[in-house]
Design a protein around this ligand. Structure first.
Ligand SMILES: Cc1cc2nc3c(=O)[nH]c(=O)nc-3n(C[C@H](O)[C@H](O)[C@H](O)COP(=O)(O)OP(=O)(O)OC[C@H]3O[C@@H](n4cnc5c(N)ncnc54)[C@H](O)[C@@H]3O)c2cc1C
Length: 391
């Protein structure tokens, strides 16, 4: 089996690294961050594929690493229920899933402070050069370096991220800090409110210590609000004056923006949702982009997760797609008995089809909410899923 270098040690990189190691490859993960990745507080809705490694290979029960809710509810501005349906959804936190995958992979071959600066992959081997000056080789370089993927920019310089016209305000608040009435109202549901050219979702996720017990969890918000392309640079400039490309981390969003967001929430959101939003101590902002790639493999280099397609979050499938890229890569490699010339094209064909269809679906949902303004409660297209709504 080939030796593999995985660049990027987040959920996509770790899942792929674990699966390729299980398949018999000699795998090393290179992560740019110098410190352990632990502070990414965002909640995520999780699909079967995101939890598949922890459940199938580590024997964990989904209930131990994710919260679950049994209802989907849409609220009117006065807080009454406009629409409700029964559906099981699972939610987790980046931290929770990362901890499980990282513990499974171990620290020995998970190297921090290793920023890939350049690579070559045209021959039979890939050559990686890090910003430290170190050079390493592998039979296959898997780039799981996220939405800003420097590797994608090098392989496909013509691919430009396309701004979707809106940002997501995100953040969490301890369930225990909320009033009893709000906590009760939100406890067993993913709760939506649709506003003109906007919508917000609220759901419970595990606490920072991983607890999934009601009362010890966090409540997570994702609020999509339109920002013109001209205003985007101001929205992505933090308190420190630094202009970011994609997101401003917690604690860095300028206070006038936070005040405007909280004021709008108090005036326009259902009381339960407004209470959550205005209680989030450190909300943060992520701009939403579409990234569409023509290829996912070239020579001995391939792209997985957001490094290939970055899709809008409306199918809750970003981490599932990243994981699925890893599962299918391992499957094709095993099928071809480790032959990269045979397996990479088959993998690429399958994952290009998945990425393109997911991108089209999430674009349609996002445009319906933010631009066409015909986003409606109970629309079957809103059901989360990787291969299609509910799939
Ligand atoms: C508002 C919003 C809501 C979302 N909600 C959900 C949801 O509910 N459910 C869901 O499944 N997904 C959701 N997503 C999508 C999800 O967050 C991403 O799809 C997922 O994090 C992608 O994982 P990844 O491993 O591909 O990339 P990332 O998590 O971005 O990781 C990339 C890694 O590569 C490292 N790196 C970068 N460059 C280098 C380099 N040169 N050398 C070495 N390392 C490098 C980075 O430090 C980082 O650790 C959401 C996204 C947004 C914006």
């Amino acid at each position: 089996m080939p030796t593999v270098a995985v660049v990027g040690g987040s959920l996509g990189g770790l899942t792929t690294a674990l699966l390729l190691r299980d398949a018999g490859c000699d795998v090393t993960v290179y992560e740019r961050s110098a410190a352990a990745l632990s502070a990414r507080g965002a909640g995520i809705a999780v699909l079967e594929q995101t939890l598949r490694y922890p459940v199938e290979r580590l024997g964990l029960a989904p209930e131990t690493i994710s919260t679950q809710t049994h209802q989907v509810r849409f609220l009117d501005p006065d807080g009454s229920t406009a629409h409700a349906e029964s559906r099981l959804n699972r939610f987790s936190a980046w931290n929770t899933i990362y901890r499980v995958l990282h513990d499974a992979f171990g620290s020995e071959r998970y190297l921090l402070g290793m920023e890939l600066a350049a690579f070559r992959g045209e021959g039979r081997r890939a050559e990686l050069t890090f910003s430290t000056g170190e050079v390493r080789e592998a039979d296959l370089l898997v780039c799981a370096d996220g939405i800003g993927s420097p590797a994608r920019q090098r392989l496909f310089p013509q691919v430009a991220p396309e701004y979707a016209g809106y940002v997501a305000w995100r953040g969490t608040v301890p369930e225990a800090m909320l009033s009893e009435a709000t906590s009760e109202s939100l406890r067993d549901a993913i709760t939506y409110q649709v506003l003109p050219h906007s919508h917000i979702l609220v759901y419970p996720i595990p606490g920072l210590d991983g607890s999934v017990q009601p009362g010890e969890r966090l409540v997570n918000i994702v609020w999509y609000r339109n920002v013109t392309e001209a205003d985007l640079p101001a929205h992505l400039t933090g308190r420190d004056g630094v202009r970011r490309d994609v997101s401003i981390p917690p604690g860095q969003v300028r206070s006038e923006q936070v005040d405007e967001m909280r004021g709008f929430a108090a005036d326009h959101l259902a009381p339960q949702i407004a209470e959550v939003v205005t209680s989030v101590p450190e909300p943060f902002v992520q701009a939403i982009f579409d990234i569409d790639v023509p290829r996912m493999a070239r020579g001995r280099v391939c792209l997985v997760g957001d490094a290939a397609f970055a899709v809008r979050p409306h199918a809750a499938a970003g981490t599932a797609k990243a994981a699925e890229d890893g599962w299918v890569l391992a499957e094709e490699l095993v099928r071809a008995e480790g032959d990269l010339d045979a397996s990479l094209p088959r993998w690429e064909e399958r994952q290009l089809a998945l990425g393109a269809s997911l991108l089209a679906r999430t674009r349609a949902v996002g445009d319906s909410s933010q631009h066409r303004d015909d986003f409606r409660a109970g629309d079957p297209a809103l059901v989360f899923g990787l291969y299609g709504p509910g799939q």
